[in-house]
Design a protein. Structure first.
Length: 254
């Protein structure tokens, strides 16, 4: 899709909304600001239609972020949604991701980190939009192969930020993809939580080790849904996590 991308920032805190909007406009995006979920929904339901991406707070008056996310997902599965949430809202955060958010950041968050994630999500969206044209002109070049990481049954498309297990797509958030890439990129090597925090949240100083554990737990669950015998992501107690080294079991997709 050509032209300027439009991003909706939905947050009842004016300072956060204005700060995020300013940073996104500075990056060249068009930004619509909404003080709560109901105001955003009314705008999206008008002739203006849906934006290209939504930055969404959870706790808001009128209509909260969870309800707005549900409504948006009923209209579009492809619309990128990023939740921003307070650290003590663990239950709300998990529920939001199960509703189909593409990622989340905890308040207080790094605006640079948010902008970086918005950039990645819009790039992923652009690649998905261009997929039919790319498929028609695909010549199977070595250059494309360099953008794919293969580990047995696992295939990571490093351009589209997408994953497959035994040929089946695995719906990952950007954070989950980056963490999985960090682990699978060096099978057998232990990655500490601090190292994973740096690779998954390069510029966010507010992420905790508990957040990394939550992401790993969710990663495992998504792969277990496809394959009940999945055990490639291993916990190394007292240290961190590692991706199991390749074996015949991987090739069989067990």
């Amino acid at each position: 899709m050509e032209g300027v991308r439009t991003i909706a920032v939905v947050d009842d805190e004016p300072h956060i909304r204005e700060t995020v909007a300013f940073a996104l406009r500075r990056e060249g995006y068009a930004v619509d600001e909404h003080p709560d979920g109901l105001a955003a929904w009314n705008a999206f339901s008008s002739t203006k239609g849906l934006p290209d991406l939504v930055v969404l707070d959870i706790l808001m008056p009128g209509m909260d972020g969870l309800e707005l996310c549900r409504r948006l997902r009923a209209l579009s599965q492809a619309l990128p949604i990023v939740f921003v949430t307070s650290k003590d809202e663990e239950l709300d955060r998990v529920l939001g991701l199960e509703l189909g958010a593409d990622d989340y950041l905890c308040k207080p968050f790094s605006v640079r980190e948010l902008v970086a994630r918005v950039r990645v999500l819009l790039r992923r969206l652009a690649l998905l939009e261009s997929a039919p044209a790319r498929a028609e002109g695909d010549d199977g070049s070595d250059e494309d192969e360099e953008k794919v990481l293969r580990r047995g049954a696992l295939v990571l498309d490093l351009q589209r930020y997408s994953a497959q297990w035994n040929g089946a797509p695995v719906p990952l958030t950007v954070t989950e993809f980056l963490l999985l890439k960090a682990l699978a990129g060096h099978p057998g090597h232990v990655k500490t939580r601090r190292q994973l925090m740096e690779e998954g949240y390069a510029e966010d100083a507010y992420v905790s080790e508990r957040t990394i554990d939550s992401h790993i737990k969710r990663l495992r669950r998504k792969f277990l849904d496809l394959n009940p015998g999945f055990d490639a992501i291993q916990t190394v107690h007292g240290l961190g996590y590692r991706y199991r080294e390749a074996s015949d079991k991987d090739d069989e997709g067990a």
